[in-house]
Structure formats: structure tokens, C-alpha cells
Design a protein around this ligand. Structure first.
Ligand code: FES
Length: 93
């Protein structure tokens, strides 16, 4: 996923915006990322990814999501219809 790709598709919050928010606010818990333009407060698809990003931030690692945005977006469409996450995303939570 690239910096300008949306991590939260519901609220159009990009990886870059989340990175900037993390650097500026240093949120103690992942749920506070919702203060970044409402990330994670829509369908819930992005919440495991936001948690991953928060863990990376707390560990001092660069924020990155090793997933192609196209598959991320299409898997989110399936999630929106069925409520199920594809197997390949469960390990990223
Ligand atoms: S994609 Fe983030 S809440 Fe729906």
C-alpha cells in the first residue's frame, strides 16, 4: 500500500494521513486513530489494519501495510456484503 492509498475507505483516510497523525499525536491506544478524520468508525474493515499500524508505531517501526490496495479494496467489498474477512487478512490483525 502506498502513502496516498486509503486505509479507511469509508472516510477516505490515507496511509500518509494516519502516519502524520501518529507522529503528531502519539495515540496510546489504537482506537484513538478514530480522531484522524474518523478512521475506523464506518464499516470496521480497516480496524485490524489500524491496529497493525498502531503496533508498528509503538514499536518504532516504519508504518506500512504489505497489501496491494486493489485487493484491499476488493476484499473490503466482500466484507461489506458478507461480514467475512478473507483468510489472508486475518493474520494481519
Ligand atoms: S474502511 Fe474504515 S471503517 Fe470502513
Amino acid at each position: 500500500m502506498h502513502d496516498n492509498d486509503e486505509v479507511c475507505l469509508c472516510h477516505h483516510v490515507t496511509l500518509r494521513k494516519i502516519r502524520t497523525y501518529m507522529q503528531r499525536e502519539n495515540p496510546p491506544v489504537a482506537s484513538l486513530i478514530s480522531e484522524c478524520l474518523g478512521a475506523g468508525t464506518g464499516c470496521g474493515w480497516c480496524i485490524p489494519y489500524l491496529r497493525t499500524l498502531h503496533e508498528q508505531h509503538k514499536s518504532g517501526d516504519p508504518l506500512s501495510l504489505p497489501v496491494a490496495h486493489e485487493s484491499y479494496a476488493s476484499n473490503r467489498q466482500c466484507f461489506a456484503k458478507t461480514g467475512d474477512r478473507p483468510d489472508d487478512t486475518s493474520s494481519e490483525s
